[in-house]
Design a protein around this ligand. Sequence first.
Ligand code: ADP
Ligand code: MG
Length: 593
Amino acid sequence: MSIRRLSPFMVNQIAAGEVVERPASVVKELVENAIDAEASRIRIEIDKGGHERIEVIDDGNGIVQEELPLALESHATSKITDPCDLDGVATMGFRGEALASITSVARVVVRSRTRDAAEASVIEGEGERREGPKPAAGPVGTSVAVHQLFGRVPARRKFLKSEAAEMRRITRIVHRLTMSHPDIAFTLISNGRTTLELKARKDVRRRILDVMGPELDEHMLDLDVTREGIRLWGLVGLPEVARPTSQHQQFYLNGRPISDRSVSHALREAYRGLIEPSRHPTAVLFLQVEPTRVDVNVHPAKTEVRFRDERLIHSIVRRGVLECLGRSDLTPDLSVAESSPSASTRPLFGSGGRSGGGVRLTPPPVTSVGGGVGKGFDAEAARELARDLSERPAVIPSPVPSSPVLQVHKTFLVTEDEHGMVIIDQHALHERVMFERLLARIESGPLPSQRLLVPEVIDADPIHLEGLEQISPLMERLGLEATPSGPRTIALHAVPVLLFERGVKAGSFLKDLLERAGEGTLSTTDEEEALREVLDMMACKAAVKAGDQLSSRELADLLEMRETVERSSNCPHGRPTSLRLSMEDLERQFGRR
Ligand code: ADP
Ligand code: MG
């Protein structure tokens, strides 16, 4: 076989595979062109999920008649002239291949009129065939109609999903594009029916709520921070509006929608402990980065980018969102139904009368310091933690220092804060505190470790041995040391001081850990992620349990820790650590209001 040069048409068809995957990607390219043309209204018409027709109509600058043929040629663009421009592209498009690619796999009709032109002109293209440009009637602006996408490329057409599925993708991409351009009015029409109608808005917040639903208004926080020349702004949702999918998560770089694993990871990190791991935060984040610090040209559809300093971006997103969430009080209010008081607010000593022990209120107010050695919360540790975390925002309105605290059924703590009454899950809070403390500590090196005089020998399955092999670097950071000591045994040589002090059976902890690693349920690709999962496990094991009697000293220490730990209203598993019954609710329940 001899080497032959591909015809331009073939080149376009191949390129089309990259730029034009499906109707939604055509919509994206056409809408981006309309945005680049400074349109103030964009109308998107779709027939049969885009299989039949995709048409985007704008009132932008238009294309002069002589240049219409060029618009359909590859590598023809009005958007960059100088190689240096590639470093700082301000427009959505710039490769000059979208229309050419689409034309290679569909019948395309472009009708356009500039402001100074007396009339519009129209050009039609399909494959290598061209017709026009010729004069036509039409308003200022451009309409691009794409008929029978992949009509003559059966292999590609086969891959299209059902009309409904393609329409969902189109809607999603239109949503994304509209959110970053609030000043443009958008209409989306599917099979003749208007499915989205957005009027021009002055600010992004209004537009995002138009798209995502106005009911989110009170659940979305505004964010705007600039660090090291990088601006991060947008809206972040409170934990209660987290979703089962990441549909409500949008990222933009310099106004362009992007998908970036590191940014979404940073976002997830910021919500760690606030939402269940299976849920996804709601957030729309815009990054403004000097164009020379990113490469947007790595993916033909420009949705993937390469940051020159990925770690910095990660940390800006994580910290920015964390601080934003930190400024709001995340202690969920107990909602009290007006008509039927829930069990939790039923009068405790009312006429109904409770049989059995009712509620035993054990410890005296914290002001009278009882002895209680117990498992010993370490007050020094609490102070150390406070120091560790001192640069982080203090968040939770803390219990009034002199407030009494009661332990209820050895499980819950009841105290007050400035808004009302606070009920704390002792295990969840302690776990949260431990987790934060471990996380802060491990940043400065491996956890302090206690060497065992005699190694503890543990029975092990192949799964455990497999796990041991996989996570040995991680174990070093945790202060855990273990080695295989026989075909079915592992010797444990050193354990983290924390587990030792808290009386946790290190052998069974290790087995749990190795089993998860061996079975692959631990995130093994990302060591930091895996580390956090393990710290989670440690915190859970080391924390006081429901049923542990706490001394008043321990209670006081625990509450003191609560003040120092940001967002302690949720444990790392996303369950709440505390709930509040507000004064208003109490007053309403007792008929004082
Ligand atoms: P790119 O957007 O990368 O330049 P395209 O193939 O998408 O490449 O478009 C080619 C050219 O056609 C653009 O550079 C622009 O000059 C012109 N064009 C396309 N769509 C429009 C539009 N809606 N309004 C005005 N000009 C357009
Ligand atoms: Mg374009």
